[in-house]
Design a protein around this ligand. Structure first.
Ligand SMILES: [Zn+2]
Length: 239
C-alpha cells in the first residue's frame, strides 16, 4: 500500500500546485474607464461596422476635487479587485495605472473576450453641463443580431443586480438602467457586459463624496456584491 500512498501524495501535491488560471474560477474583467490621456483615433462601433467613433474622449473631472475620472475609476477598481479575489474570483484588469493614452474600447472588449469573462464590469463616473444632475445608473448593450444577441439577456440581468447593489451602497438617486446600441465596448463584447456610472463628478455633492476613501469603499462593496450575486456566489467576502 505504501507506493500508492506516495503516489497519492504526489498527485495531490500536483493539484495544489496548479496555477489559478487552470482552476475553474470564474473570471471578472474590471475595466476602469479612460486613462491619463484621451485617444482621438476612431474605431468601428461594432464588428464590420462602417460607423466609427472616437476611441476614448477622455472622461470627466471632479468639479470640487479636480480628480480625473480615470483616476477615480481606477481607485475603485483597485479596491474591488481584492474583494473579488477573496471570494475566489480570478480578476483581470484592463489597466492598473493611470499613465498612458487610452487603449480604446475595442481593445478593452478584446481583453474581456480573451479572458472568457463571466462578467465584464466597466467602471465610470458621469459628467454633465448641468451641475444639479446626479445619481447612479447602469448601462448595458441593446440587442443587435450578430453583435450582442448572445450576451443581451445576461448583461441586462447583471445590470439590474449591480444597479440595485450600487444604489444600496451609495444612496445616491437611482437613475435606473439604460440600454445602449452605440457603445463600442458593448458591441465588441462576446461576454456579459455592463457599465456603471457611479455618480456625477460635475455635481458638487457627489464629487466630494466620491473623492473620499469611505465612498470609494462603498462603491467597491456594492460592485462586489452585485458581481457575486450575478455569478450566484456568496457575497460574504464583500464587507
Ligand atoms: Zn467615463
Amino acid at each position: 500500500m505504501r507506493p500508492v500512498l506516495v503516489l497519492s501524495a504526489v498527485f495531490v501535491g500536483a493539484l495544489l500546485a496548479l496555477p489559478a488560471s487552470a482552476a475553474k474560477e470564474p473570471v471578472v474583467v474590471i475595466d476602469p474607464g479612460h486613462d491619463l490621456r484621451a485617444n482621438a483615433a476612431t474605431e468601428p462601433i461594432g464588428p464590420g461596422a462602417t460607423t466609427r467613433k472616437i476611441s476614448d474622449g477622455g472622461g470627466t473631472r471632479g468639479v470640487i476635487t479636480g480628480l480625473a475620472e480615470a483616476e477615480l475609476n481606477l481607485r475603485v477598481a483597485l479596491r474591488l479587485r481584492p474583494l473579488l479575489e477573496a471570494a475566489g474570483i480570478r480578476v483581470v484588469m484592463t489597466r492598473t495605472k493611470t499613465a498612458h493614452k487610452s487603449i480604446g474600447n475595442v481593445a478593452r472588449a478584446r481583453i474581456a473576450n480573451e479572458a472568457g469573462a463571466a462578467l465584464f464590469l466597466r467602471i465610470h463616473a458621469d459628467g454633465s453641463t448641468d451641475p444639479s444632475a446626479r445619481g447612479t445608473h447602469t448601462l448595458y448593450p441593446a440587442r443587435r443580431r450578430g453583435w450582442t444577441d448572445d450576451v443581451y439577456v445576461a448583461s441586462r440581468r447583471a445590470a439590474r443586480i449591480v444597479q440595485a447593489e450600487l444604489v444600496g451602497a451609495l444612496a445616491f438617486p437611482d437613475r435606473g438602467l439604460q440600454e445602449r446600441a452605440d457603445f463600442t465596448g458593448f458591441n465588441w463584447s462576446d461576454v456579459p457586459v455592463i457599465l456603471v456610472e457611479m455618480g456625477f463628478m460635475t455635481n458638487p455633492k457627489e464629487d466630494r463624496l466620491l473623492g473620499t476613501v469611505a465612498y470609494q469603499r462603498r462603491v467597491a462593496r456594492g460592485l462586489c456584491r452585485g458581481a457575486l450575486r450575478t455569478l450566484r456566489r456568496s457575497t460574504t467576502a464583500c464587507s
